[in-house]
Design a protein around this ligand. Structure first.
Ligand SMILES: [Zn+2]
Length: 61
């Protein structure tokens, strides 16, 4: 883990709009739908948003 800074643009309820650290595009993370496995960036598949201890992070992989 290199700890790319996680940029969260907006949070609404259980949903968060984040910037992919790999391609720089925005995608939405759902704390309800994606809580267990996280969500891979739908644009480049190069990062994953996950929640751990109620803390959202987006990491390249
Ligand atoms: Zn991406």
């Amino acid at each position: 883990m290199t700890g790319d800074p996680t940029i969260v643009l907006d949070i609404y309820g259980n949903n968060a709009a984040v910037i992919c650290p790999s391609c720089g595009k925005v995608f939405v993370f759902s704390g309800f739908l994606d809580k267990k496995r996280g969500r891979v960036c739908p644009h480049c598949m190069g990062s994953r948003a996950t929640v751990y201890d109620n803390k959202l992070s987006v990491t390249k992989h």
